[in-house]
Ligand binder design. Structure first.
Ligand SMILES: [Zn+2]
Length: 158
């Protein structure tokens, strides 16, 4: 991980990052604030190395969610990006270009989890071939996710 910095960014590509150094523990958090920040069932973060985050284009905007905590997001597309606390910075796992080795190792605020959270992966998989055929034809305006010099190429205003 020391040769090539890990990269990631928001959905629109306005906020991109490079990580220099080793990442800490990946985790999920069930607290109500993480649910709200992500608009989802839990938050998922990995600890960034101290002073090891380089913002490439723009930096996240912040919402001060409590006395010591601020939560970062892309000011243009809203992607949840960071959790800033007095000891450091966490980065949202979903914003990394390569997330394959970032399996969460611990569940924070486990007591606050949704009562049905363990059951969600027992639900049936959506298996309509027409849906997936249409999905393949989507014209995406999402940043492609790797380091791209000429982004945006389709006229999106950043
Ligand atoms: Zn964005």
């Amino acid at each position: 991980m020391t040769d090539k910095p890990r990269t990631g960014g928001c959905q629109c590509g306005a906020v991109r990052f490079r990580i220099h150094g080793e990442l800490g523990h990946p985790s999920i958090c069930h607290c109500r604030m993480c649910q709200k920040q992500f608009g989802s069932l839990f938050g998922a973060f990995v600890t960034a190395p101290k002073d090891g985050v380089e913002w490439v284009r723009e930096e996240p905007a912040y919402f001060q969610s409590s006395v010591n905590i601020a939560r970062g997001f892309c000011p243009r597309c809203g992607t949840p990006m960071t959790y800033k606390h007095p000891e450091g910075l966490e980065i949202s796992i979903g914003s990394f270009d390569d997330r394959s080795d970032l399996a969460p190792k611990v569940q924070i605020n486990h007591a606050a989890r949704l009562p049905w959270i363990e059951a969600i992966f027992e639900t049936s998989a959506h298996e309509n071939p027409d849906y997936y055929r249409r999905q393949e034809q989507i014209i995406s305006f999402q940043h492609p996710g790797e380091e791209t010099a000429n982004w945006p190429e389709h006229g999106l205003k950043l």
